[in-house]
Design a protein around this ligand. Structure first.
Ligand code: ZN
Length: 93
């Protein structure tokens, strides 16, 4: 099973945890965390493209791992929280 690391702050009320998988602890994606407009914890699984983890679709392209930049934007299906992870920061869309 994939395992989460400690949360990393992206700013603007958004954090992520690295998700690694397999014997080599391959970094296969993140769980992204934010608050809903009502202040409840919400989040989603963001699998990276091109890893050995069978994530299915969609996946996100890793433009840079350090600082983290992903493409395209992240849109929460639950609360519509929407933005970009660019250079280790959350940029609201
Ligand atoms: Zn949400």
């Amino acid at each position: 099973m994939p395992t989460d690391s400690e949360a990393i702050d992206l700013g603007n009320g958004t954090k992520y945890t690295r998700v690694v998988w397999g014997d080599n602890n391959e970094w296969v994606g993140i769980n992204e965390w934010h608050l809903t407009p009502a202040g409840e914890l919400c989040g989603g699984w963001i699998p990276f493209a091109g890893t050995s983890y069978p994530a299915g679709q969609p996946t996100w392209d890793v433009i840079s791992r350090a600082p983290l930049t992903l493409s395209p934007s992240l849109l929460c299906r639950s609360c519509q929280h929407h933005g970009f992870i660019r250079e280790g920061r959350w940029v609201p869309a």
